[in-house]
Ligand binder design. Structure first.
Ligand code: TXA
Ligand code: MG
Length: 341
């Protein structure tokens, strides 16, 4: 099968919707990352997603809907606070976990009694869902374990030959996946940090717990959080300490590795670029622009592989707002390999 990347014209959206309705899978842009979509009500289609991604069957998928009210078709026991959350943040990068209705196949939820739902803030995704007339189950469109795709070409790099169509919506605006919030029980828990922060959610409801940077040993509540994630081939080290000392240490370490013939990359904010003397330098955006940093992270992690980088160094990034989500993904990509300077 040839994989083609197409501009999302009305005709191509119709073509994609037909593929979805014929139990096929297509890659679609969302505001967070690209998703690999299938008809959420069609078991055989959903199984193709797991196969193409090499995803463990017990890791449940998010269902994407085209209208807020569709949530009542697929979930039950929806509280008035949940309604307030979706009123405020949908369409947008917030996924809510709720008790599922029986129309949702167990294949989607990994056998759980809950289902994760979101309405994406992306015109192409919404047009496709509405055209198909079915909810679309979509995990990130990467091969399991790799960084999530934020451009159509990333999807092609991972899934070439495994899917027929990629709708090209350009670069994803947000760049890290949606916040996952469990509102299925009495206590509210953030299972995955994202652009919608705890503080934003707490304007409506108290958040009881946040799975932020759980260490490897903790058992994560969102099943997906327990698997290796976002890993480029390069071994990543995150440097923590006073910025001046960190820069000095990175320069020393780059020099030592390069001397041994190892290909080193340094991921750094724009204003510190000129402080790095050796190695391949990757500009992740300005320190205070946490939205740009979030948007660039996955793309840079993939670039490391393209450039055959063997080890990569990066300082701790600013961890405010969406920066918390970015650091969460970076720590996983680095397998929690922190060096304190
Ligand atoms: O931004 C996003 O959410 C992207 C775009 C494509 O929408 N999708 C995405 O899907 O990141 P995925 O499959 O890569 O991540 C879904 C996460 C996983 O950690 C999964 O375990 C969790 O949501 N999840 C799904 N259903 C759940 C449930 N019923 N209970 C708890 N966690 C759930
Ligand atoms: Mg994913």
């Amino acid at each position: 099968m040839d994989t083609i990347i197409v501009k999302p014209t009305q005709n191509e959206i119709k073509r994609a919707a037909n593929i979805i309705l014929q139990s096929g899978i297509v890659a679609i842009p969302t505001e967070t990352v690209y998703g690999l979509g299938a008809n959420a009500l069609d078991k055989s289609a959903v199984e193709k997603i797991f196969l193409a991604k090499g995803r463990p069957m017990d890791n449940p998928l998010i269902i994407h809907i085209g209208r807020k009210n569709d949530i009542y078709k697929y979930a039950k026991n929806i509280s008035s606070t949940t309604e307030k959350l979706i009123d405020e943040f949908w369409p947008g990068p917030l996924t809510v976990v709720l008790q599922k209705k029986s129309i949702i196949p167990d294949e989607i939820t990994g056998g759980l009694s809950t289902v994760a739902i979101r309405m994406p803030a992306n015109e192409v995704a919404l047009a496709l869902i509405r055209q198909a007339g079915v909810p679309i189950a979509a995990p990130s469109a990467n091969v399991s374990g790799k960084p999530s795709p934020t451009k159509a070409c990333h999807v092609k790099d991972d899934l070439n030959g495994k899917i027929s169509l990629i709708l090209d919506g350009g670069s994803c605006e947000v760049g890290v996946e949606s916040t996952v919030v469990d509102v299925s029980g009495e206590k509210v828990a953030i299972l995955r940090p994202g652009k919608i922060t705890k503080e934003m959610i707490e304007r409506f409801v108290k958040v009881d717990s946040v799975m932020e940077n759980a260490s490897k040993s903790e058992v994560p509540k969102a099943p997906g959080m327990k698997y290796a994630h976002y890993s480029p081939k390069a071994k990543i080290t995150i440097y923590d300490g006073k910025r001046e000392d960190v820069l000095k240490q990175i320069n020393t370490d780059v020099h030592n590795y390069s001397f041994k013939g190892i290909k080193v990359g340094v991921i750094i904010e724009s204003e510190y670029k000129s402080s790095i003397v050796y190695g391949n330098v990757y500009d992740i955006g300005c320190y205070d622009d946490e939205h740009a940093v979030a948007k660039n992270l996955f793309s840079i992690l993939r670039q490391l592989d393209d450039d055959d980088i063997e080890v990569a160094f990066i300082p701790m990034l600013k961890s405010e707002h969406i920066g918390k989500a970015t650091m969460n993904r970076l720590l996983k990509a680095a397998a929690y390999n922190l060096k304190t300077v």
